[in-house]
Design a protein around this ligand. Structure first.
Ligand SMILES: [Zn+2]
Length: 356
């Protein structure tokens, strides 16, 4: 880049960014020519065994202007393997053929286990090039302008899995970088049409998704992700988990899965006692104070919290508050699926994954 003398600029501001006024036009140069976003690993259509598209793909000679987040509404499988992700991708393509579409509707798919896959053929090469857009079939009226990402699972009452969330942030940051989009262009399907997609719980996380993507684009690192839970939540599993943990901390509430005024008051009381902002909302800071490490031989309300959430996640067992061999087996199975150390001890990483 040609070096310009300081006198060339009408205004020079340092700090978060540079503002330059050149010929009356202000140019804003954001923080350094930030380190490029890491290119995520994406399994192309050949890798997952896609059938050929039934008609030629329409590749538009322009960039997309936004990104649409969807959920597939498939059951939340606990099989996080790559092979199962590929099976799901083939099932989705077939179901879209059955609707009369020429190929998979969305451009990209992310499995529960966090495997990113190309959806419609040529989407990956278009993204790599950064100048064209593959016309999809995922959002009425916006298929010529928006990239669609289908997240495997149903997120009305449960958040996406943590591996899935992390890959979603990585993929969208890469898409934004390739097409020069800002994180503000991320929308939920329901923002563009009459649908509940991507589910209430997922939709409520979109502000955090935009924030995490913006941080990634600016070269920052994203902190541990926790779902935000507040009074009136439809995430009854998470509400029950929180209630048991509050009971373990001495609250005298019932763990009924309904996050009402009594639970909110107990949260505020816990927050006050722990030097947190007493707003009654469970965010990252509150989660990290509320959880407690449990292991084989422990008993009580924190173990019930674990057992009820394992059940919500599909590792069904009796909520009896006794951490015996059955609980250990399920914890280890869960840890293995999440690529955590399968030691049966439930510390902050396991709790973090259990909430998502
Ligand atoms: Zn959708």
């Amino acid at each position: 880049m040609k070096k310009l003398s300081r006198r060339s600029f009408g205004k020079l501001v340092t700090g978060v960014g540079l503002s330059l006024v050149v010929g009356g036009t202000e140019l804003r140069l954001l923080r350094s020519a930030a380190a490029a976003v890491v290119t995520p690993s994406i399994d192309g259509t050949a890798a997952w065994g896609a059938a050929a598209a039934r008609e030629p793909i329409n590749v538009l000679s322009r960039k997309p202007i936004g990104i649409v987040v969807h959920h597939t509404t498939n059951l939340n499988t606990n099989d996080f393997s790559r092979s199962t992700a590929h099976i799901r991708a083939r099932q989705i393509q077939q179901s879209h053929f059955n609707r009369g579409w020429i190929d998979t509707g969305q451009q990209f798919t992310i499995s529960r286990g966090g495997w990113i896959m190309e959806g419609r053929h040529q989407s990956l090469s278009a993204l790599s090039g950064g100048t064209t857009h593959v016309q999809g079939a995922h959002v009425d009226g916006h298929n010529d302008t928006h990239i669609g990402i289908e997240c495997e699972g149903i997120y009305t009452a449960l958040a996406p899995s943590l591996p899935q969330w992390n890959k979603l942030v990585a993929l969208i940051a890469y898409i934004c970088q390739q097409y020069g989009l800002s994180a503000d262009t991320i929308v939920g399907h329901r923002d563009l049409g009459s649908t509940s997609c991507p589910g209430d719980t997922f939709y409520a996380l979109l502000p955090q998704l935009r924030s995490a993507v913006a941080t990634t684009l600016n070269g920052g690192s994203v902190g541990r992700m926790w779902p935000t839970v507040r009074r009136g939540t439809s995430a009854t599993g998470l509400a029950t988990l929180i209630q048991y943990l509050l009971r373990a901390r001495g609250a005298t509430i019932t763990a009924d899965g309904a996050f009402g005024p009594g639970t909110e008051a107990a949260v505020k009381s816990f927050q006050s006692a722990n030097g947190l902002v007493a707003d009654g909302v469970i965010g990252a800071a509150t989660w990290e104070k509320l959880i407690m490490t449990v292991r084989a031989g422990d008993s009580g309300e924190a173990v019930k919290a674990l057992q009820s959430q394992l059940t919500t996640q599909g590792y069904s067992l009796t909520v009896d508050g006794r951490f015996g061999s059955g609980t250990t087996t399920r914890v280890q199975s869960f840890q293995t699926n999440r690529q955590l150390t399968a030691d049966g001890v439930v510390g902050i990483n396991s709790w973090n994954h259990l909430t998502m």
